[in-house]
Ligand binder design. Structure first.
Ligand code: CAA
Length: 698
């Protein structure tokens, strides 16, 4: 018999107790080495007459964080986790586990295969598989219902919700909760308790599952409503339903359903999204030392400024909020108080913490001199270059040496703003997305002179705020809004040529976006796009087609949701199409001499996505985004891009550069100004290359 892999799985003997520990940094993923090591260790100890009980625990940060996600999509390597779990469960000697840090997915499955479980307070348990496009595939869908009942198992498995030790105990998933002791000490104690009979053990597979058809139906209905585009949650329900059958049959059903999921494009998209979130932190400035940030200043108490202040306060920072006059300041502090109230309602903080934040951590002022001691100041006033320049000149005078000066502009030139200060190296863009205390994306906009440690400070701040930071270069709109402006035009042309706004919205919602582009414009406020179009009007090329419908809607004073009317009517009964918009569209078509034609849903999606991908390719060509995966992260975390498609660049790879090129060439026959071929795409097509390769090369 082979020895367990000594680096990853270790055996320690203490009289009749054997401890098996895992050491596979950073998170103890169940890689092939870990699986092999565990399987071998159990078999070896089963044959060791001196050993009466076996306890598993993890070294380092956690028990086991689940399957090694990097192995997905590659040929499977034996032993599989199902086999290992079965080795554990069928071992003739009692095997128990001590869970600390995280026990997720395959990690929890290993635990459920042991004969008793001890959870260390603070542990996070869960089945995140559906968030990766799969289902638990090593007996999780069969063992969890045996311990918790069908309804609770469905809740955990179909949502990916993570739970703590106490809830896991209440649900019957673990047998004991411990608040003190290292995992090793607890493993020894629990093993001795097994020997004395103080900790009973049993095989999970031998427990009967009570029927609960109502829970199965309720889960299917919930999924149809909340996760209508996802493939794996319904498969998870089918697998849990099979737990009523004899164990081996249920396990076979789970394996078959798991295989379907692993092969699905959604799995590839969701795993890509998982890695995108982590890849964006790998930037050229990664070794620069971030400056310490304990206190931040926020200028502007509007929706954006208050949202930024709320995010910082929730992360434990001291915040000084400044507004021009007392009235505006009061509105800003009231918005922050309302945001914090929301955090109390969602259970993120309690009343006492909210009161402490408002009385101690937040300072409100109308005097910019209050920023003299701040470590970082973020300007979040309206988009006017002169106003911003004036503010930065003042900040340059007021702020201490080494303070970071940030603008939250959505599209203005960060270099021009930095140039009014004597310290352009300390200036950068921190582009938050509204509502800033909720949305996870932060574009860190790096100017020509921004110092590496200032960039690193932006990334460190994002981490503190729980945000996903993406490095962006300077151009109108940076990464996200620049690409948005382009595909929004594609939607406008579709509308002018014959598709209705509702039809376009529906097509994109069926593709997986939570909202279509016109519903989003109504939500954001049509006046915002109107102002941007007016600003850009003087530079609009002659050859560019123009759809005036949104302007005409704004001219009537309809700015979307906030005024009750926009592309849709909002009168308390849920949005419905605004009939008056149809007349505006008809007039615009007549004026441009357009005879409207039919568009299929497929064509709408194709044109919209092709426009998004083309501009994204140009953003890469221009060096505004570092890698394709940075663009994916921007859209996943800031623009509601459907996670199962992985992001626009990952989605582009599923189509192939050739197919996209062909589409652009086809569309260019009607409008060769808008539909230009990005050079990068042409090169990729010529080399049969992918955006994924570019991620690996950079
Ligand atoms: N497989 C491979 N790598 C993993 C991993 C996993 N399961 N989990 C985390 N990592 C990697 C991350 O990519 C990251 O790598 P880099 O440093 O190279 O970027 C590193 O470990 C640290 O991860 P985080 O930055 O996320 O660290 P954290 O402390 O913030 O979070 C965590 C730790 C809670 C474990 C988090 O990483 C996480 O949630 N991981 C995913 C867990 C998961 O989904 N497990 C289920 C897998 S599916 C499964 O298990 C099914 C099956 O068996 C059949």
């Amino acid at each position: 018999m082979t020895e367990p892999n000594a680096h990853v799985v270790e055996i320690e003997r203490d009289g009749p107790v054997a401890l098996i520990s895992f050491d596979n940094p950073p998170v103890n993923a169940a890689s092939q080495a870990l699986r092999q090591g565990l399987d071998t260790a159990i078999r070896q100890l089963a044959d060791d007459d001196a050993i009466e009980v076996i306890a598993l625990y993890g070294k380092g940060r956690s028990f086991i964080a689940g399957a090694d996600i990097r192995e997905f999509g590659k040929p499977p390597r034996a032993p599989g986790l199902t086999e290992v779990c079965n080795t554990v469960e069928t071992c003739a000697k009692p095997v128990i586990s001590v869970l600390h840090g995280v026990a997720l997915g395959g990690g929890l499955e290993v635990a459920l295969a042991t004969h008793a479980r001890v959870a260390v307070d603070g542990v996070s348990l869960g089945f995140p598989e559906v968030t990766l496009g799969i289902i638990p595939g090593a007996g999780g869908t069969q063992r969890a219902p045996r311990l918790t009942g069908i309804a609770d198992a469905l809740d955990l498995i179909t949502t990916g919700r993570r739970i703590g030790a106490k809830e896991a105990h209440e649900l019957g998933l673990v047998d004991r909760v411990e608040t003190e002791g290292t995992p090793r000490e607890l493993a020894l104690t629990a093993a001795r308790d097994v020997l004395s009979g103080a900790l009973p053990t049993r095989r999970t597979r031998e427990i009967e599952v009570a029927a609960d058809d109502a829970a199965l139906e309720a889960a299917r209905a919930r999924i149809a409503k909340r996760q209508p585009h996802l493939f794996s949650p319904l498969k998870a329900v089918d697998a849990v339903a099979a737990s009523r059958r004899p164990y081996a049959e249920g396990e076979a059903t789970e394996r078959a359903l798991f295989a379907e999921c692993i092969d699905s494009p959604q799995r590839a998209g969701l795993v890509h999204a998982f890695f995108a979130e982590r890849a964006v932190g790998k930037i050229p400035e990664v070794h620069a030392h971030p400056r310490a940030v304990h206190s931040i200043g926020v200028i502007g108490g509007g929706t954006m400024g208050s949202g930024i202040a709320t995010a910082a306060l929730l992360a434990g920072l001291d915040v000084t909020l400044a507004e021009r006059d007392q009235e505006a300041l009061d509105r800003g502090t009231a918005t922050i108080a309302k945001n914090l109230e929301g955090a109390v309602k969602r259970g993120k903080i309690d009343d006492a913490r909210r009161d402490a934040i408002l009385s101690k951590a937040l300072t409100a002022t109308t005097d910019l001199e209050a920023f003299a001691t701040c470590d970082l100041v973020i300007e979040a006033v309206f988009e006017d270059m002169e106003v911003k320049k004036d503010l930065f000149a003042q900040l340059d005078r007021i702020c201490r040496d080494g303070a970071v000066l940030a603008t939250n502009t959505s599209y203005l030139d960060v270099n021009e703003i930095a140039a009014v200060t004597r310290r352009p190296g300390d200036v950068l863009g921190l582009h938050f997305f509204s509502p800033a205390h909720v949305m996870r994306l932060l574009e860190v906009v790096v100017g020509e002179k921004t110092a590496p440690e200032v960039v690193a400070t932006g990334f460190a701040l994002a981490r503190k705020l729980g945000k996903v930071a993406v490095r962006a270069g300077v151009c109108d709109g940076f990464i996200g809004n620049r690409i948005l402006a382009h595909y929004k035009k594609a939607a406008d042309y579709l509308m002018l040529d014959g598709a209705s706004p509702q039809q376009i919205d529906r097509a994109m919602e069926n593709f997986g976006f939570a909202m279509g582009p016109f519903a989003v414009s109504d939500l954001a406020g049509l006046d915002i796009g109107w102002a941007a179009r007016k600003r850009l009007a003087p530079t609009r090329p002659e050859a560019e087609r123009y759809n005036p419908v949104a302007d005409r809607i704004c001219e009537r004073g309809w700015f979307g949701r906030k005024t009750g009317k926009g592309f849709y009517v909002y009168d308390g009964e849920g949005p419905r199409p605004n009939p008056e918009v149809d007349a505006i569209i008809d007039a615009a078509r007549a004026e441009a001499g357009i005879t409207p034609r039919e568009f299929s849903e497929q064509e709408i999606v194709e044109r919209y996505m092709t426009a998004m991908i083309s501009e994204a390719a140009r953003v890469l060509e221009d060096g505004i985004a570092l890698r394709p995966i940075d663009i994916d992260a921007v859209f996943l975390f800031g623009y509601g891009f459907p996670r199962h498609h992985g992001g626009p660049m990952h989605y582009a790879d599923t189509l192939g550069a050739h197919a996209i090129l062909n589409r652009i060439q086809e569309y260019a026959k009607e409008d060769n100004h808008f539909w230009r071929i990005p050079q990068l795409l042409e090169e990729l097509a010529a080399q049969d290359g992918t955006f994924a390769q570019m991620n690996r090369e950079t």
